[in-house]
Design a protein around this ligand. Structure first.
Ligand code: SAH
Length: 290
């Protein structure tokens, strides 16, 4: 099967942009601490102001580091170690690595699990669902960054996530995309994610409660589509809502391999082009909302 080079996407992206350093995030980064600060009042939050100035970026970084950490762990240092391990293991997409370093994963899981939040492991988030391990989240986001839109524009554009869960990946997407729609079929998790992401008040984030197999037509088309649950077949709506130049990354059951595999679909001028990648293990993509 054809495979994309694993480590070259972001390097190609930087080269295309004439950058010697990784591109900066398109969006503000200062809002990812303080999750659980209160309930969001609206599903659609205000557009987030792009941050392109190094000074602002550095200031946000400093703010993140200075924030009281609680839980008896210096989470910035622990996250930095997690990211160093991911880099050593071959994840080379700098924007994704930086996002993983910024988002406080321990705030998205139960307090009792917080000390495990920076291990490379999936964790239960309630209701029989799990938050994927950081290496898998990083791999999927890095694959999105190798799509044509991301290579040209330096960000994930309009992003759609299916399976909001606790909201962790949505928080990462907010740092990497211009706008994010995330759909969750379990009301309890949708509500939990809204709480976790309440601090993202300036972000162009829409959390939708519903069946993600339908995508989200009102905001389509999307430049980046990522699914956190795997089905037997790719929903037609996702393909229909993929913008030209866009890329979709989703786990899908592959009968030949007897398990789930990451599928990448590019919307190219010649049509939809599919590529199969790593074997993975995601929770099932289910129908309907409850
Ligand atoms: N990205 C999430 C991972 C959540 S696990 C995070 O960072 O926490 C996958 C999620 O997909 C579960 O919450 C599950 O309820 C949800 N899911 C499964 N089928 C779905 C569907 N058809 N539409 C929307 N969400 C779905």
């Amino acid at each position: 099967m054809p495979r994309l080079p694993r480590r070259e996407g972001c390097a190609r992206l930087r080269k295309a942009q004439g950058l010697s350093r990784p591109p900066r995030f398109p969006l503000g980064l200062d809002r990812l601490g303080g999750a659980r600060a209160g309930a969001a009042t609206s599903e659609t939050l205000r557009p987030q102001r792009p941050v392109h100035q190094a000074a602002q970026d550095a200031e946000h970084r400093a703010a993140g580091r200075a924030r009281p950490q609680g839980l008896g762990l210096d989470s910035a240092a622990v996250r930095a170690r997690m990211v160093a391990r991911l880099r050593a293991d071959g994840l080379r997409c700098e924007p994704v690595l930086q996002a993983l370093e910024r988002v406080e994963r321990h705030r998205f899981v139960d307090t009792a699990l917080a000390t495990q939040a920076y291990e490379d492991t999936s964790l239960p988030i309630g209701h029989g669902q799990t938050i994927s391990k950081p290496s898998v989240v990083g791999r999927m986001l890095a694959l999105l960054f190798e799509g044509a839109h991301a290579r040209t524009h330096g960000d994930l554009g309009r992003a759609l996530e299916i399976g909001t869960g606790c909201g962790y990946q949505a928080a990462l997407l907010l740092l990497l995309a211009r706008s994010v729609v995330s759909v969750e079929r379990l009301k309890a998790l949708h509500d939990k994610a809204r709480e976790h992401l309440a601090a993202q008040r300036g972000a162009d984030l829409r959390l939708v409660y519903g069946d993600g197999r339908l995508g989200h037509a009102p905001r389509a088309p999307f430049h980046s589509i990522v699914a956190a649950a795997g089905g037997q077949a790719l929903p037609e709506a996702w393909l229909a809502q993929l913008a030209p130049g866009g890329r979709l990354v989703a786990p899908l059951h592959d009968a030949a391999r007897g398990g789930q595999v990451l599928l990448v679909v590019d919307h190219r001028p010649e049509g939809l082009v599919r590529q199969w990648h790593d074997a993975v293990h995601f929770v099932p993509l289910k129908s309907g909302a409850q």
